[in-house]
Design a protein around this ligand. Structure first.
Ligand code: SAH
Ligand code: SF4
Length: 417
């Protein structure tokens, strides 16, 4: 039987894409292998959001080129944000790649492969894309150029997919999109994300629903209220601020001010008590001054997010920021800013997590790794605990005995042990 190997980097859309491709290739009878040296087909799910991500893929491709020289039957497929719309240019740039296909598309070469085996069991906590593309054109971002305009999947199609996943063992579903708030505006009867959540809330056997990413400028009253009242929707939200300074936000073309962002956070925290908020921040955007960066630190210190995904600005050719603004913050200064942001956030996350010490949390058990069970609580926190029982896919109550900035540890409570 042929072997395949998948290499994935980037966002959760890419993780979901990799899971989908695994399903497709295993259905064709392909077996997963850990290294490209043992594979007949190598799939790369690429990211172009930062130059460093692109470089990791080009480095991989250089290795694959050498492998192919020694083993011409090896096939290489590339998908994700590095795939542009010009196939000729792609072939010129990456001659070692046999197949290119856009993210979310059915790879056309799959029809040439034999096989009809039943797919693997899905993960306990799985991802389902609901909308592809993005119409926002934030000035730094390449996603709208590479993933195209927003395209929503029909509501009933998503509900049917979730039902299938749940019937095969999934218990938690994260709905994905670059901007899930835009879900449905392009569909005939224009359902919105709240409608989709209501439709999924009733799926028997689905314990938990999450969704990301939400653009702050598009958070609706209806969505916030719906989150607060549906039992399966977890109290978590990723709400990327990107910067804590109005002037920077305006040049980023984010469409909100800091005052609006803070008011939104207040509103969400009132409507969904205890909600765990996370955010994304870019440091060293063109022209970002030291005081402007301090404003970002102040926002992070004030709002106390559960997690902050920080990144140094990376100019992406073709985007407005790369064409119009000089990338004038020195690399060393960008890195210094990122380190300060991360240091601040590590302290905050450690404090937030320390509050859970001694409390009981509901954990959905996902996996057994290195002698411990691993799962997440409803706020998305990682929890580790020991048990000799097979608890995969179950909800258990864990009493928290130790905490750190990135995860919690605990023990099964009497009721569960
Ligand atoms: N749709 C989401 C994010 C998509 S990209 C949103 O609106 O926030 C994921 C993250 O990568 C972004 O949140 C941003 O923080 C980061 N990012 C995007 N473009 C970048 C760039 N040119 N340089 C550095 N980080 C970038
Ligand atoms: Fe990029 Fe902005 Fe769209 Fe997010 S909302 S994918 S950052 S353009």
């Amino acid at each position: 039987m042929p072997n395949y190997h998948i290499f994935t980097i980037g966002c959760q859309m890419n993780q979901a894409e990799a899971e989908r491709l695994e399903g497709l290739f295993e259905q064709k009878g392909y077996l997963p292998v850990d290294v490209p040296e043992e594979a007949d087909l190598v799939l790369l799910v690429s990211c172009a959001v930062r130059q460093s991500a692109e470089e990791r893929i080009t480095n991989r491709l250089a290795i694959l080129k050498k492998l192919k020289a020694g083993r011409p039957s090896l096939r290489v497929a590339l998908t994700g944000c590095m795939v542009s719309e010009d196939p000729l240019e792609m072939k010129r740039t990456f001659p070692m790649v046999d197949y290119f296909f856009p993210a979310g598309a059915l790879p056309s070469f799959i029809d040439d492969l034999p096989g009809d085996i039943l797919p693997n069991k899905p993960e306990v906590a799985t991802h389902v894309p609901i909308i592809q593309g993005c119409d926002n054109f934030c000035s730094y971002c390449i996603v709208p150029y590479r993933r195209g305009r927003e395209r929503s999947r029909p509501l009933q199609e998503i509900v049917a997919e979730v039902k299938t996943l749940v019937s095969r063992g999934s218990r938690e579903v994260t709905l994905l999109g670059q901007n899930v708030n835009a879900y449905g505006h392009d569909l005939p009867d224009q359902p919105d994300l709240a409608d989709l959540l209501v439709a999924l809330d009733g799926v028997e056997g689905l314990y938990r629903l999450r969704f990301l990413t939400n653009h702050p400028k598009d958070m609706s009253r209806r969505l916030i209220d719906t989150m607060g009242r549906l039992a399966s929707v977890c109290p978590t939200l990723n709400l990327p601020a990107q910067a804590g300074d109005n002037e920077v936000l305006s040049r980023m073309r984010r469409g909100y001010t800091i005052a609006e962002y803070r008011a939104l956070v207040d509103d969400i925290r009132q409507s969904v008590p205890g909600i765990a908020l996370t955010t994304d921040i870019i440091v060293g955007f063109p022209g970002e001054t030291a005081p402007q960066f301090e404003n970002t630190l102040k926002l992070i210190a004030d709002l106390r997010f559960n997690a902050v995904h920080g990144a140094v600005y990376s100019p992406r050719p073709g985007t407005e920021a790369a064409e119009k603004f000089e990338d004038d913050v020195l690399k060393i200064e960008k890195e210094r800013r990122l380190a300060r942001l991360e240091e601040l956030q590590t302290g905050i996350a450690a404090e937030i997590n320390a509050f859970t010490l001694g409390s009981n949390v509901e954990v959905l058990v996902e996996e057994y790794v290195k002698g411990k069970w691993r799962g997440r609580d409803r706020h998305g926190k990682l929890v580790f605990f020991k048990s000799t029982r097979d608890l995969k896919g179950q909800l258990v109550t864990i009493s928290i005995t130790a905490t750190g900035p990135w995860s919690l540890r605990g023990e099964l409570t009497d009721a569960d042990s």
